[in-house]
Design a protein around this ligand. Structure first.
Ligand code: NAD
Length: 302
């Protein structure tokens, strides 16, 4: 019979990783956790996880490692090099890397893991902090199909939809395509709502109309960027606690790199990247990405 509960080391307990780790505890796994933030560690410790003093200590006796860090450099720093945790994991352990990073970084970690006798998947997610809290994330998985089957009981503790995108790195490529589209859709949705408001429309009424018309999309219906239109979304809590502008900017940069490598045209993705770069440069980098509405609704002299 295949196992359904594991000892999991969870590294990176931020807006996404924190609730994902809590859901793994609720699913009956035991957890050792590590993050640079003492507050994040306390939340998981209070919920029953073992708090480790370092990533190396967290993975010492782990069957599975799940990581949810900001960007490629954090992931490469965690796994690779002399201090990398690949050297600390016991043979046969499984790595599930959920951060959004360059496909090349995921492939580099997978190569080092394979050489050390470990199994690795890139498994970036979609669904936002709401999906992380509710345990309804979508996973886009790169790596061997049999490794995905081993990981499935762990992934089902955090999400509902699991897609096998292809070989190592393919999960990241799928994620970057999705997030480029999300960045474009959020900017376009904010622009349309700001245009309606500048011409006297109530954003709730306009959102209802577009939500039942051909402009409907996730940014409009699930993550509306105008404060007060929806409850429990970042725009209604000062653009806090969601998906940061600088994280979206990172993802659009990864899309640009992937496009250059393949000589693929991404004119709208590049335009979106420039909009989020302007917004970040104006001091909004730590706000949720739906705050792009503020950039597009600013009307000097109005
Ligand atoms: P976050 O900034 O809220 O959390 C990152 C966490 O990693 C922080 O708690 C930080 O202290 C910790 N950290 C950084 N370096 C570390 C290290 N060396 N060791 C241990 N901990 C370290 O970010 P997030 O919103 O949770 O996003 C995490 C990843 O998930 C990113 O790659 C992001 O692009 C992706 N993502 C985010 C969302 C979202 O809606 N927020 C959705 C899908 C995917």
């Amino acid at each position: 019979m295949s196992r359904t509960s594991f000892h999991i080391a969870f590294i990176g307990l931020g807006n996404m990783g924190g609730p994902m780790a809590l859901n793994l505890l609720k699913a009956g796994h035991t957890l050792s956790v590590f993050d640079l933030s003492a507050a994040a560690l306390k939340t998981l410790g209070d919920a029953g996880a073992r708090v480790a003093a370092s990533a190396q200590a967290a993975v010492a006796d782990a069957d599975v490692v799940v990581s949810m860090l900001p960007a490629s450099r954090h992931v490469e720093g965690l796994y690779l090099g002399a201090e990398g945790i690949i050297k600390r994991l016991r043979p046969g352990a499984l790595i599930i890397e959920c951060s959004t990073i360059a496909a090349q970084s995921a492939i580099a970690v997978a190569r080092a893991a394979t050489e050390a006798g470990l199994a690795m998947l890139d498994a970036p997610v979609s669904g936002g902090t709401g999906g992380a809290i509710a345990g309804t994330l979508t996973f886009m998985v790169g790596g061997p199909a049999e490794v995905l089957e081993r990981a499935r009981p762990v992934l089902l503790g955090m999400g509902k939809n699991i897609f096998h995108a292809g070989a190592h790195g393919a999960g990241q490529t799928a994620k970057i395509c999705n997030n480029m589209l999300l960045g474009i859709l959020m900017a376009g949705t904010a622009e349309a709502l700001a245009l309606g408001m500048a011409n006297g429309l109530d954003p709730r009424v306009l959102s209802d109309i577009m939500g039942k018309s051909s402009g409907r999309n996730w940014a409009l219906e699930v993550y509306n960027p105008v404060p007060g239109v929806m409850d429990n979304v970042p725009s209604s809590r000062g653009y806090s606690g969601g998906f940061g502008v600088d994280l979206m900017l990172k993802d659009l940069g990864l899309a640009a790199e992937a496009a250059m490598g393949a000589k693929a045209p991404i004119p709208l993705g590049e335009l979106a990247r420039n909009l989020y770069a302007l917004h970040s440069g104006a001091g909004a980098g730590a706000l949720d990405f739906s705050s792009i509405f503020e950039l597009l609704s600013h009307r000097p002299g109005a």
